[in-house]
Design a binder for this molecule. Sequence first.
Ligand SMILES: Nc1nc2c(ncn2[C@@H]2O[C@H](COP(=O)(O)OP(=O)(O)O)[C@@H](O)[C@H]2O)c(=O)[nH]1
Ligand SMILES: [Mg+2]
Length: 279
Amino acid sequence: MRSGFITLVGRPNVGKSSLVNAMCGRKVSIVSDKPQTTRHRVMGVITRPDAQLVFVDTPGLHKPVTALGERVNATALESLADVDVTCLVIDATMAYGSGDQWVASHLNMANSIVVLNKIDAVKQHKLLAQLAAVSSLGAAEYFPVSARTGQGVPALLEYLAGRLPEGPMYFPEDTVSDQPEEQWVAELVREQLLAVTHDELPYSIATRVSEWEWPRIRVEIIVERESQKGMVIGKGGLVLKEVGKRARAQLPEGCFLELFVKVDKDWQRRPDRVERLGY
Ligand SMILES: Nc1nc2c(ncn2[C@@H]2O[C@H](COP(=O)(O)OP(=O)(O)O)[C@@H](O)[C@H]2O)c(=O)[nH]1
Ligand SMILES: [Mg+2]
């Protein structure tokens, strides 16, 4: 039996969470088209007869400007300790550059793998140029993949399983994620808020379960300013209704989701609030 931890790091929005979901074959981490969606370290687990692979999804590494940004960056960097394999994920559709190199500077590249993601969205000649550019990183291996179509994912999985050392099962066989149920529900609500809201609002939103009495779950949506409350609720409560509908569709049937919006002034810039919200 081989087993171990495989950490995915990279700039925000390169598709780390999508890739963890693609490799696990189910959704364990929320995804959005807004940068800095992932705030917690989330683990996805696959157990096969020959190996247990534990994928560690991390927040994107970026130059932090708020207390929240600092916290999530630290979370990503802490995740690099004690891992068996590190995958540096790079977005094939974006110019390779200083952001990726800055992330790479935190890694032992000779021991890391570069995963070039989103190859479904680039033309062949561009992909070859991207591969040539990233090859200067001196990684152990390079894998072009698409988390969206699954292209290249099986080959990556096989390689990763082979790289893991012999070891025990770290999780029971039926574990798919280390995320507590309450956090998962709060994250699903935040994911849908990210999908329906715009501009700077996503960064200002936090969610947390404040009451859990199955089938009734109460989720608080925390924003930073009074003016944002209206944006989250929407005209006649339409935005909030839509968010509730989409989140409920991903929860067991019969679940009754209550959403409340609260203002916690500038929480994102206040270390004590960031911590209280569990980041
Ligand atoms: N075209 C394409 N888009 C992708 C792929 N993987 C992720 N995305 C998109 O990239 C955005 C960021 O994805 P996410 O997994 O949240 O990135 P993260 O911030 O690195 O975790 C989302 O809009 C995804 O749908 C891919 O393989 N192909
Ligand atoms: Mg993510």
